[in-house]
Design a protein around this ligand. Structure first.
Ligand code: GLC
Ligand code: CA
Length: 566
């Protein structure tokens, strides 16, 4: 496996709106981030993935961009950005920008022109279609509810928007659109940024036929199936690679909902002809229901392990994995894999980050920040869950109370409550009125109380990342091969990482009960390789308990998780 800096890095996602407010307007901003760089550097992360900071009317919190070469007013100025980049680089922290180029805002100059008339020069920058039988050209639904087609009265056609109606999809089949995107990427590369996270990049090549999709939520066709992994996806990514990416030293990661390992092996291929990594979502979907994510169910551990192991196995030596549970679209990991307790946050980190791939954490995860106690639908800000609620309730599909519980459990808004910096008013996030609810548990869960507490989640994350980025075990943890143990175990996630003569045993009790785990004497990898495990000659590298000891029959306390060199 070819070694690169981004395989050996830990990536920290910042959702700027909720990170830190520097000027008291209640909204996080760029100077707020700059002010926290020492905190991040102390934690030991290497890369910041910055969720969108470009000019945007904020229909989808910055994922609807109206100018890719400017900064959102609420977040500051381009000077503030340049300052952030410079200060981050001074501390050895790299910055990866969020490239949202499957769609723009409807307020972007390209779309304003495109919709101005049918013969406008930029008409074909977007996807316009005539009505079919007087209505929408297909049954496709938007990911945020309603139809994916919006009628434009003035020019008498529909435009496609896979997300909100204020996020029209760009037409990547138009070479001029691709050049525009490559150009704006160069603009940022020339500033010296270190990479791109590419928003829904799997959707840029639509299948050409535009036919109805199977209806699996009972109302609209499943658009994803028709617009993802279209015939030109790999071609466009290769073109982007040749024209932009290959000319700089960048980390790239494509957000790829519904990706198969086959596509992932191409997109994140080891030769680097497309992107560096993919973000796949199968493992955060195993606790979903028949028609999507709005269910409140415990994470079925055997299914989760099987899925993660499949990705480990299939990509090994061929492509590169991203290791994540949380991001700005997911509920809090400690409320989903864990039971909200600090120790469960630590155990989940050991289980996830000890696999092969690049670790990603989302702001607040290092503090064990939990889901928010949402009640009514009026408590939410995010259009995804608000629209879903109204659509499902109006259709009479679900009991509203039960649906609300599921939404409280899964809503993206759980990740978007402001960072809990201290036990002071508004959790130290702002001196003004925060744009969104602050989790009432900020008095117990906050950075200030954790930084100097050796037993805190923060200190554990810090020690853990040091092991992964700066220790004799680094190579093995980053590049070593993976083998799952005890696949059927309902509570214990255990595996081996190995390379040459070195072996690590990872055992995590992901439950609040005592468990027993039988450490195998040897693990047969293939006919020619069998790995011996001798607990008597083991060395503990890290554990969620101070006094963890390996033995053949291992008694695990609640959320006991450790790594042993064996
Ligand atoms: C991605 C983003 C999400 C956004 C959507 C539309 O999934 O992560 O936050 O709403 O794309 O841009
Ligand atoms: Ca602010």
């Amino acid at each position: 496996m070819k070694k690169t800096w981004w395989k050996e890095s830990v990536v920290y996602e910042i959702y700027p709106r909720s990170f830190c407010d520097s000027n008291g307007d209640g909204i996080g901003d760029l100077n707020g981030i700059t002010g926290k760089l020492d905190y991040l550097s102390d934690l030991g992360i290497n890369v910041i993935w910055l969720a969108p900071v470009y000019k945007s009317p904020n229909d989808d919190n910055g994922y609807d961009i109206s100018d890719y070469r400017d900064i959102m007013d609420e977040f500051g100025t381009m000077e503030d950005y340049d300052h952030l980049l410079e200060e981050a680089h001074k501390r050895g922290i790299k910055i990866v920008m969020d490239l949202v180029a499957n769609h723009t805002s409807d307020e972007h100059a390209w779309f304003v022109e495109s919709r101005s008339s049918r013969d406008n020069d930029k008409r074909d920058y977007y996807i316009w279609r005539d009505p079919v039988d007087g209505k929408e050209p297909t049954n496709w639904g938007s990911c945020f509810g309603g139809s994916a087609w919006e009628w434009d009265e003035k020019t008498g056609q529909y435009y496609l928007h896979c997300f909100s109606r204020k996020q029209p999809d760009l037409n990547w089949d138009n070479p001029r659109v691709r050049e525009e995107v490559f150009d704006l990427m160069r603009f940022w590369c020339e500033k010296g940024i270190d990479g791109f996270r590419m928003d829904v990049i799997s959707m840029i090549s639509k299948k050409p036929d535009f036919v109805d999709a199977p209806v699996d939520d009972g109302i609209y066709g499943n658009t994803s199936l028709e617009v993802s992994y279209g015939p030109h996806l790999h071609e466009y990514l290769k073109e982007m690679n040749q024209k932009v990416l290959a000319r700089y030293d960048l980390m790239t990661v494509g957000e790829c909902g519904g990706v198969t390992t086959e596509h992932a092996k191409k997109i994140a291929n080891a030769e680097g002809t497309e992107l560096g990594m993919v973000f796949q979502f199968e493992h955060v979907s195993v606790d979903g229901g028949p028609d999507g994510k709005w269910y409140k169910k415990p994470m079925p551990l055997p299914a989760l392990k099987e899925n993660l192991s499949k990705w480990q196995r299939e990509l090994d030596g061929r492509a590169w994995n991203s290791l994540f549970f949380g991001n700005h679209d997911q509920p809090r990991i400690v409320s989903r894999i864990g039971d909200n307790s600090p120790i469960s946050a630590k155990a989940a980190a050991v289980a996830l980050y000890s696999m092969q791939g690049t670790p990603y954490l989302y702001q607040g995860e290092e503090l064990g920040m939990t889901n928010y106690p949402f009640k009514g639908i009026e408590d939410y800000d995010d259009l995804e869950c608000i629209n879903a609620y109204h659509q499902i309730v109006e259709a009479g599909f679900r009991d509203p109370e039960e649906l609300l519980e599921a939404i409280a459990y899964k809503s993206r808004d759980n990740a978007r409550t402001p960072m809990q910096w201290s036990d002071e008013e508004n959790a130290g996030f702002t001196t003004g009125t925060p744009w969104f609810h602050i989790n009432p548990n900020y008095r117990e869960i906050n950075a200030k109380s954790q930084i100097y507490d050796p037993d805190s989640v923060y200190s554990f994350y810090k020690r853990y990342f040091a092991l992964r980025t700066d220790s004799p075990w680094k190579n093995l943890l980053v590049y070593g091969k993976y083998q799952l143990l005890a696949p059927e175990d309902e509570a214990v996630f255990a595996y081996i990482r190995y390379a040459d003569e070195q072996k690590l045993l990872v055992v995590c009790n992901l439950s609040a009960a005592d468990r027993t785990f039988e450490v195998p004497e040897s693990v047969q990898i293939d006919p020619s390789l069998s790995l011996l495990i001798n607990p008597d000659e083991s060395q503990l590298l890290i554990s969620t308990y101070k006094d963890s000891r390996l033995s053949r029959t291992l008694l695990l306390r609640p959320w006991e998780a450790g790594i042993w060199a064996v």
